[in-house]
Design a binder for this molecule. Structure first.
Ligand code: NAD
Length: 369
């Protein structure tokens, strides 16, 4: 029997609610397969800061260091609540970026997927969705503006100023390009390279390196698109895309738009992969506006489990079953509150009910192997 250690960081806001449902599914996966998961819970984010004075405490680092994979819920507080934590200790700066840096998880995969049968969840017209949306945003996760040098103070004219730098070297660009091209090779052999080379010199280098890497993947067709244009194209013609690769900040913003075209950020899981360590998290934040109400959509967290099964535990077939189980719940006419309005012909279910129904569906599926 295979044995894996998973660090479980439930996080803030809706994090614990959606993590609970993901763990129900993980438990069933253990029962259905020749595998044992040792779950190692640890504090991370604002909850950890209030407990220990540090959003990524040493004890959590130790647990994550030992883990075969990290399952992370969203972290963060509302705009007003955030003010209770000093700026440099706030969850993103104090925990999320340090974790990405510590494990060098440079490749972030964010699937944006909505089968035709679930087109009613999307704000887009059915004719735009066509046969369904199925694309993956590949976001560089440890470079660019978010990781550059930061400086602020008062300048010679007595004005407050801030300076943040956007840096990439060619190795950082090359390794994310290889990830994107490899994925494109496995899918429709189509890669959209998203950039802003008409303004940013970082994008000029980005594109140069992309072209060098492209030579190694002659079967992949590359389309270059400016990021502003890509934002429009995602709304007007999302089915033209299959794999999209972009730098850190562009990926942060466009992937939230990806959630928007599906109908909710609750449909957005992700995998953050480094060469030696990986962590899995919903693309969205801690949703303080709905926390504690048992109405959050746990699809993003359960989907992150599916991505963990495939990428860290070599369980791609069982991962497919998890996706199918979640979609089957929706296809049966159920919806969480983020995706539909009451009276729209669907039956509303809670966070917990969604988790239970996914478990029922998965139980009914043939075991793998
Ligand atoms: P958010 O992503 O938390 O929420 C945006 C909107 O989407 C809200 O209306 C929310 O209710 C909804 N939403 C998000 N996930 C949902 C789900 N699973 N089910 C149903 N609805 C869902 O963004 P925000 O409100 O701007 O940020 C809240 C906090 O999260 C901030 O502190 C921010 O810094 C943090 N954040 C953390 C991460 C992370 O942990 N990786 C990512 C983004 C934002």
């Amino acid at each position: 029997m295979k044995h894996y250690k998973i660090a479980v960081l439930a996080g803030d806001g809706i994090g614990p609610e959606i993590t609970r449902e993901a763990l129900k599914v993980l438990k069933l996966i253990e029962e259905r397969n020749d595998v044992a998961f040792e779950l190692m819970p640890a504090a991370f984010g604002a909850c950890a800061y209030f407990e220990t004075g540090n959003a990524f405490p040493q004890a959590t680092m130790d647990i994550c260091d030992q883990a075969d994979a990290i399952l992370k819920g969203p972290i963060g507080l509302s705009h007003e609540e955030s003010k209770k934590i000093p700026i440099d200790k706030q969850p993103e700066r104090g925990a999320l970026l340090p974790m990405r840096r510590r494990y060098n998880t440079y490749a972030n995969f964010r699937p944006v997927s909505l089968p035709k049968a679930l087109a009613h969840f999307s704000p887009l017209k059915a004719e735009i969705i066509g046969e369904g949306i199925d694309l993956v945003i590949v976001r560089e996760l440890v470079g660019g503006l978010y990781f550059g040098q930061k400086e602020s103070g008062v300048n010679a004219q007595g004005l407050r100023y801030v300076k943040e730098t956007l840096e990439y070297d060619e190795l950082q660009i090359r390794r994310i390009m290889h990830q994107a091209f490899k994925l494109a090779n496995k899918r429709r052999k189509l890669l959209h390279n998203i950039h802003k080379s008409n303004v940013l010199k970082s994008s000029v280098l980005w594109n140069e390196v992309m072209e060098e890497v492209a030579v190694e993947y002659p079967d992949v067709t590359v389309h270059n698109m400016l990021v502003d244009s890509a934002a429009t194209a995602l709304c007007l013609n999302p089915t033209q895309f299959d794999v999209m690769v972009m730098e850190n900040m562009f990926g942060d913003i466009l992937s939230d738009q990806g959630g928007g075209i599906l109908g909710s950020l609750g449909l957005m899981p992700s995998a953050c992969l480094g060469d030696d360590k990986a962590y899995y998290e919903p693309s969205h934040g801690s949703a303080p506006d709905i926390a504690g109400k048992n109405i959050a959509n746990p699809y993003s967290m359960i989907g992150s489990v599916a991505m963990m099964l495939e990428n860290s535990f070599d369980m791609a077939e069982e991962a497919k079953n998890v996706w199918a189980a979640m979609q089957a719940v929706f296809s049966d006419g159920y919806s969480t509150a983020d995706l539909s309005k009451a009276g729209s012909g669907v039956t509303m279910i809670s966070t917990e009910q969604f988790g239970d129904k996914v478990v029922e569906k998965l139980k009914a599926m043939p075991k793998v192997g």
